[in-house]
Design a protein around this ligand. Sequence first.
Ligand code: ADP
Ligand code: ZN
Length: 671
Amino acid sequence: MGGTGVIGEMAETAQATGADGAALAALHRVFGYEAFRGEQQAVVDHVIAGGDAVVLMPTGGGKSLCYQIPSLVRPGTGIVVSPLIALMQDQVDALRALGVRAGFMNSTQDFEERRVVEAEFLAGELDLLYLAPERLRLEGTLDLLSRGKISLFAIDEAHCVSQWGHDFRPDYLALSLLGERWPDVPRLALTATATHATHREITERLNMPTARHFVASFDRPNIQYRIVPKTDPKKQLLSFLREEHPGDAGIVYCLSRNSVEKTATFLSRNGVEAVPYHAGLDAGTRAAHQSRFLREEGLVVVATIAFGMGIDKPDVRFVAHLDLPKSVEGYYQETGRAGRDGLPSTAWMAYGLNDVIQQRKLIQSGEGDEAFRRRAQSHLDAMLALCETAQCRRGQLLAYFGQEPDPAGCGNCDTCLTPPQTWDGTVAAQKVLSTVVRLKRERGQKFGAGQIIDILLGKRTAKVIQFDHDQLSVFGIGEELTEGEWRGVARQLLAQGLLAVEGEYGTLVLTEASGEVLRREREVPLRKEPEKPASARAAGGGRSDRKQKAAVAELPQELLPAFEALRAWRAEQAREQGVPAYVIFHDATLREIATAWPTSIGQLGGISGVGEKKLATYGEGVLAVLAGLEGPAAVSAPVSEPAPGRPSVGSVSDSGADDWPEVEPEPDDWT
Ligand code: ADP
Ligand code: ZN
């Protein structure tokens, strides 16, 4: 975010103490949580007192409570603008399970259902009402809203207002009228996208000049970031899943529909249950696959970027990228869908030479004017810098979002776990660049990286012979490196801007900076391609393991039967009610129940994530499960009074994801 001009003073919120008590009471009673986290309290106080707020928090940071609590405390209904309608039902179900009077209005409802919600709103019987932006801007909706009492407007996924962002939704632009029409109703804009540019755009376009800005730390310490060189992506993915995430739920992102389909089929054939998701599938299939992902445990969704926004499944254990995302923002949003429950999770990506070439080509041949291209180019450059860095990945991410990284490294990314070796690649770079020059002179630049590498390695392929490339002075001058290493060199030259891509064939051409290398005016440090990429969990308890264990205590072996019994009970409840399991209780809450082993309703009510309504609905059921097991006497964990105050996770949602066409033009396949 660079400077923090607009972000300013988020520290002290000297607001109404009476409301303060009410907010905390709602947090305890409804959500069963002990305390606010991070900026939540400050935001809640500010909004309850009637102020506007722009809230930047990473996924899983707890944005929902920032508007849900004020909606409960302030008179009237909180209107939540959420871009994707398919998850509204789940969000409302989750809130109703907490005893919150929530409703939604969207095109999935019939007339009668909508009428009931309207009547509830007008009668002041709703705490929260979810709407999509395209519905909100309709005159009929605005008219309805002006006939009821509104406590606040929450604009979720507010980065959708940014025209340059990856999730732009034109309907968001109309939301600026809310402030004009309801000048006395507080507005909150919330997003997990944190660049300075987006932040400024949100504030301007939603017309919130007097809003207070709350910026949380964007660190997600429980997510382990890893980027490996791409060799055989599907196989690499399969072994990653088998070795580190067997039976876990996760998301695999691919660029094209075709590779989504192929990868999903490949995983299914190899014993990993996986379903595809992309905009080319009909709406029914998409909804069914999304619903399965939310409701089942351990399903993998292979998807384009069409999938994921608003998916608030807390126990997504990994997010894998088989193709390079177009920007760090996109990458961060996507990887952020892992580990919302705070438990250890992995963000894994395979990345190679072709990714760079394809993305560069895409930008050049894509639509949009010069300014658009330049922006896309700089987004890609930042992404490439992240991929090629020899420094801590988390540090690079945080710095990108204008936040202070730990100078000692994070201990939970691949470069911290296995610091990459660097080498002086100046001569190798000169060899590649000279070959490019020769091809240019002789054949008018029609060759891609493959041909250049074949020439360097002295391979007499059909294409080499056809064009007499074995006659070039550079033929065979690069036998000291393997093909994979040359690909690494070319990739890094592209990433560093020492090579460029031109035309539809991905021809490599020189840049201005290439000359400096050829003239020996500049050195080229390169990252060594690891022989066996860092597999952190296999890395045998590095620093990260220790760090993680401290943050997220493992459940002791002897408590596993209780945990599993509670999960089985929960699955039964979820099936009966047709809701995702986490709507009943989160894993983190079940872990805490298994640990504390409550024997009375009073004790159970003290556990984080067990609010009043859930206690009334499920209390006896949970106690019965525990009573049916061998008691906690056999267990070493301390059984005192409830275990309050421990950071835990509950079941509130933020937004939805439905009919979301891939925003970018989508090539049918990459070669
Ligand atoms: P976001 O919308 O920012 O991605 P959520 O609002 O979904 O995040 O919150 C992430 C998780 O953290 C949810 O499971 C939520 O119930 C939990 N959570 C949020 N605030 C608290 C809190 N103060 N105490 C305990 N758990 C919390
Ligand atoms: Zn690190």
